[in-house]
Design a protein around this ligand. Structure first.
Ligand code: OOG
Ligand code: NI
Length: 455
């Protein structure tokens, strides 16, 4: 990369800030949520310290940390989105099949892949591709495909700058600033639908998500989520600030050592829409609010335990959309997850979670064993933050924001190969990224201690 090129992390930070400013102007409750989360985070760090909150060294990152979500309509849109995110150092990680939960999309998360990029700015965007193949009604499917084929969701300036970045291996400062402004246009809300009122309502009756993806000029950002250190506290304080969250927090229960990801959302806005034929104007709920709390990333063994415990919970009780059994759900969740160890020593020793190692005080001569080194203070292990998403939780977030309208049943049908073909690239395996980060940190720490790793 030439020295005149703007670092990708810098473009990503600029873009994330511009997106946040735009969303705050469009959805005022997002601003309220940001200040609530900032208050709670400051409170937690003052009370227990960053290390006990599992975010040692991440204080700067926390202030700018957020994820967003978009839904695109066609393979061509998805592959250009991939190229757009690559300009700012964001790459597709993970494959999520949402058809299992009756949502006709499959998804990936664009995010920085390496430790340094995540530390600089961990902005990520959960990106879903519509699966027209899951619409049963052939005429409706063709009408939707026809509408999608007519739109172009990128400005010509944005496409030109993506091409320039690809050819030159980067963008200078002026081009980077222009790129951020042009790219932002793709994510903007448009209250004017591109279709007739009749087609909008037909699609919405089939599935509200299909209407959301097909009927507008672009893939408006549908939420932007700040990261909190105590989701229960934020949830409890939301009503006092005029926000009504969904009743159940998705993901694992409250724990001493947070694992994976916990999320909750709220309906933010019901927005007026107009239609091309001057058909009767309506309202559309596209945008919502969400908060997240991130914990330690789990190994395949830890993830299997999480999945099996969650399946056990859902066998006993399904959280109702109206929140009527929320207390009972929390009770079962807490009971079942008692089988998931809740100290970092146990999580590490049982190979359930990933840790980043640094050299502590000098090792005793001849000592190679990682656990013995940790016990003696020669090695320090810090939890590696989970940077990804959870399919069951994501489905819960989708559902809670789509309203309770009737919709077609769907068959579960993961199709990662089709997704990667549309994307024009393979998605990275998130577990392999965590394993590599853990190993690299261990190798470096042992080398710093002058200890050869035990085979
Ligand atoms: C994405 C929902 C998933 C999350 O945090 O799990 C998501 C969407 O509604 O488009 O953002
Ligand atoms: Ni989200």
């Amino acid at each position: 990369m030439s020295s005149t090129h703007t670092p990708q992390s810098q473009i990503r930070a600029q873009f994330s800030r511009a997106m946040s400013d735009m969303y705050r102007a469009e959805v005022p409750q997002y601003g309220t949520l940001m200040s609530l989360v900032a208050d709670v985070n400051a409170d937690v760090i003052a009370r227990v310290g960053a290390a006990a909150a599992g975010v040692a060294g991440q204080e700067a990152r926390l202030e700018v940390e957020r994820h967003g979500a978009i839904r695109v309509g066609t393979p061509a849109e998805l592959s250009t989105i991939r190229r757009l995110f690559a300009v700012m150092g964001m790459f597709p990680v993970g494959y999520y099949d949402l058809s299992v939960a009756g949502v006709p999309v499959h998804s990936t998360a664009f995010r920085p892949r390496d430790t340094a990029g995540l530390a600089d700015n961990p902005f990520r965007v959960f990106t879903s591709l519509l699966r027209l193949d899951l619409i049963h009604d052939v005429a409706l499917r063709e009408a939707a495909a026809q509408v999608l084929s007519q739109r172009s969701i990128f400005t010509p300036g944005c496409i030109a700058l993506i091409e320039r970045a690809e050819q030159q291996g980067g963008l200078d400062q002026a081009d980077a600033a222009q790129f951020v402004a042009e790219a932002l246009e793709t994510f903007r809300w448009h209250g004017k639908s591109t279709v007739t009122a009749d087609l909008y309502w037909k699609l919405r009756k089939t599935h509200p998500l299909i209407a959301d993806i097909v009927c507008f000029p672009g893939p408006h950002i549908n939420h932007l989520t700040p990261r909190t250190l105590d989701i229960d506290l934020v949830q409890a304080q939301m009503p006092a600030r005029g926000i009504r969250p969904k009743a159940v927090v998705e993901g694992p229960p409250t724990r001493k050592c947070p694992i994976l990801l916990r999320q909750t959302s709220f309906l933010a806005l019901s927005e007026p829409v107009t239609f091309v034929d001057g058909g009767e104007a309506g309202t559309h709920t596209a945008r919502f609010g969400e908060i997240e709390q991130r914990g330690v990333a789990l190994t395949p063994k830890g993830r299997q335990l999480y999945d099996s415990l969650l399946a056990e919970v859902r066998k006993r009780i399904e959280p109702a959309g109206d929140g009527s059994n929320a207390d009972a759900y929390r009770q079962v969740l807490g009971d079942v997850f008692r089988d998931f160890p809740d100290t970092h020593d146990a999580l590490r020793q049982q190979g359930l979670a990933y840790y980043r190692y640094t050299a502590g005080k000098a090792a005793a001569p001849g000592e190679h064993d990682v656990e013995a080194l940790i016990a003696a203070g020669g090695l320090v292990a810090e939890p590696i933050t989970y940077e990804d998403f959870l399919p069951v939780s994501a489905a819960g977030i989708f559902q809670s924001n789509l309203g309770n309208e009737r919709r077609d049943d769907l068959q579960a049908s993961p199709n990662r190969a089709a997704f990667e073909t549309a994307l024009g690239a393979t998605v990275s395996d998130e577990l392999a990224l965590y394993a590599a980060a853990q190993q690299a940190s261990l190798d470096a720490a042992l080398q710093a201690l002058g200890v050869a790793a035990r085979a």
